[in-house]
Design a protein around this ligand. Sequence first.
Ligand SMILES: [Zn+2]
Length: 109
Amino acid sequence: MPIRPENKHRYPADWKLRSLFVRFYRARNHCEWCGAKNGEPHPITGSKVVLTTAHVFDHRPEAASLLNLAALCQRCHNRHDAKMRQAGRKRRTLESVGQRDLFGANDEN
Ligand SMILES: [Zn+2]
C-alpha cells in the first residue's frame, strides 16, 4: 500500500533502508508469509508479485521496529490490512461530515 501523503512525516527517516533490508536481505526477495517470489507470477493469483513492507502487529507508521515489519506480497498485505483500511475509510467519511466515531478503534489509516 502506498504511503498516504498525510502520513509520510510519521515514518522514520530511514524507512527506505528498513524496507529494503526487510524485503531483500531478511526475506531474500520472497513474501515472508506465503513464500511468493518478488517479480514472479504469484502461485495463487497469477499476478506479478511486488513485495511491500507491512506493519504486522502495530499498524502505526512510527512502529517501524524490524520485529514489527514483514515483507509481504500484495495478496498477503491486502488481506492483512483489509480490516484496518475499512475502519480508516469509515473514520475519514465521518470526519468529512464533521463527526467522530466515539466507539471506533484508534486506527491511524
Ligand atoms: Zn504472500
